[in-house]
Design a protein around this ligand. Structure first.
Ligand code: NAD
Length: 284
């Protein structure tokens, strides 16, 4: 059986073309799309993500404004910074790097952000739109998973998909997005019993748990499609996924690598949602 490696860059590049032409049109109409990236503290993972996102945006002629707050900033001052971005007419979308330091309530931050600038789909208004199957901005990582599956023409309609992980930014929104694609969705999590047996019954498995090389070949049915969302640091300064790639790829029909898989699509989705919110505000 030939294994298909589902690389993210090809997906990102296919979406990039549409974004670049939308940015040109917006600029011709006097709108200069700009995303603000708000970072609290200097966590190296956040800084690496911010650098990657900045480069990707630059490649699409999108401006980036960096808001960097001290790690010990008060919640009140952090919320003030978000309010300021809500009012800033030169900023069209805001990405808040999470997780935030423990003394800042993520719920308060979600409430403070204007849904019109919420290009990562973290506000309850945008989550409700996803729940109700209305147009809106959605969390970028699960959207990237759906775009990747579609790009590689992996059928979803009527297919049984297992999502391992039920977080608010990956597992739960992905379940809704795949339901909207008419897949039959099951969610597993840390309390699921007998996960390897359950998992080995599915044609498509998405793993998003944050545990390096957790999903071994025992979890996988022959010919399954495996999507690895995990990003876990390795001792040599690199990253690895939630899937034991070397063994699982021998059984799977298709698999995403880490790095170079889902993670390569995420910031392009962010840019897509940024230009779409600009279009909704200025071109209609
Ligand atoms: P999280 O910690 O918020 O949630 C983890 C989920 O995994 C929980 O729902 C938990 O129930 C489940 N889980 C944990 N251990 C489990 C186990 N042994 N068996 C079954 N389920 C288990 O994590 P998250 O924010 O959803 O991120 C998950 C992973 O995805 C992380 O590695 C993160 O770095 C990565 N991530 C990648 C991207 C990307 O762009 N590729 C974006 C966001 C997150």
């Amino acid at each position: 059986m030939e294994i298909k490696e589902l690389k993210g860059l090809a997906v990102a590049n296919s979406i990039k073309e549409q974004i670049v032409s939308k940015v040109k049109r917006l600029k011709a109409n006097g709108v200069n799309p700009c995303v603000a990236i708000l970072r609290v503290g200097d966590n190296p993972d956040d800084m690496a993500y911010e650098n990657g996102a900045t480069k990707r945006m630059a490649g699409m002629e999108i401006d980036v404004k960096h808001i960097t707050l001290d790690g010990d900033i008060s919640e009140e001052n952090c919320l003030d910074a978000i309010e300021k971005l809500n009012r800033d007419e030169t900023v069209h979308g805001v990405l808040i790097l999470m997780p935030l330091p423990k003394h800042i309530r993520e719920d308060a931050v979600r409430k403070a952000l204007s849904p019109e600038k919420d290009i990562d789909g973290i506000t309850s208004a945008n989550m409700a739109r996803l729940f109700m199957q209305r147009e809106g901005m959605v969390p970028c990582t699960p959207k990237g998973v759906v775009e990747l599956l579609k790009y590689y023409e992996i059928p979803l309609q009527g297919k049984r998909v297992l999502i391992i992980g039920r977080s608010l930014i990956v597992g739960k929104p992905l379940a809704l997005m795949l339901l909207n694609e008419n897949a039959t969705v099951t969610i597993a999590h840390s309390r699921t019993e007998n996960l390897s047996k359950l998992s080995s019954e599915f044609d498509i498995v998405v793993c998003a748990i944050g545990k390096a090389r957790f999903l071994t070949k025992e979890f996988v049915k022959d010919g399954a499609v495996i999507i690895d969302v995990g990003i876990n640091p390795t001792p040599d300064g690199g990253i690895t996924g939630d899937v034991e790639y070397e063994t699982v790829s021998k059984k799977a029909s298709a698999i995403t690598p880490v790095p170079g898989g889902v993670g390569s699509v995420t910031t392009t989705i962010l840019a897509k949602q940024l230009v779409e919110t600009c279009e909704r505000q200025y071109l209609k």
